[in-house]
Design a protein around this ligand. Structure first.
Ligand SMILES: [Cu+2]
Length: 125
């Protein structure tokens, strides 16, 4: 059991500006994983996929999420708190925020992120 105040937030070098709180893991192992991501306002994550299924539940804020190979703000859905999305392994998707937003991901490790266009990798900018 865990209350929000007991979460430990850390910087996430893979997404500069984003904070992560790992709830279940470790993310690098083949075990059930759960974590929260806190995106600042006006953030975007370019099209990418994961090796495992991504289930995301929006906790606060609004996560604008779209699917496909091209980042396009006009082709996203605004996911408000309580919303969920399920992305099967390898599904190309992208997100953006206009306010601070927290989402909770659960999946099976090991976790990874592959950008459709490797040059988009935020950790390399
Ligand atoms: Cu993702």
């Amino acid at each position: 059991m865990m209350a929000p105040a007991e979460l430990t937030w850390n910087d996430l070098p893979a997404l500069p500006g984003v904070k992560i709180a790992v709830i279940e893991g470790p993310l690098s192992q083949a075990v059930p994983i759960m974590f929260r991501l806190k995106f600042p306002a006006n953030y975007q994550v370019p099209p990418h996929s994961h090796p495992g299924i991504e289930h995301i539940t929006i906790i606060s804020g609004t996560l604008n999420m779209g699917m496909g190979d091209a980042f396009d703000r006009t082709k996203t859905r605004a996911l408000i708190p309580g919303s969920v999305a399920i992305m099967p392994p390898g599904t190309h998707h992208f997100v953006w925020t206009n306010e601070e937003t927290v989402g909770q991901v659960h999946s099976t490790g090991p976790w990874g992120v592959t950008y459709v266009n490797p040059a988009d990798d935020p950790s390399k900018k």
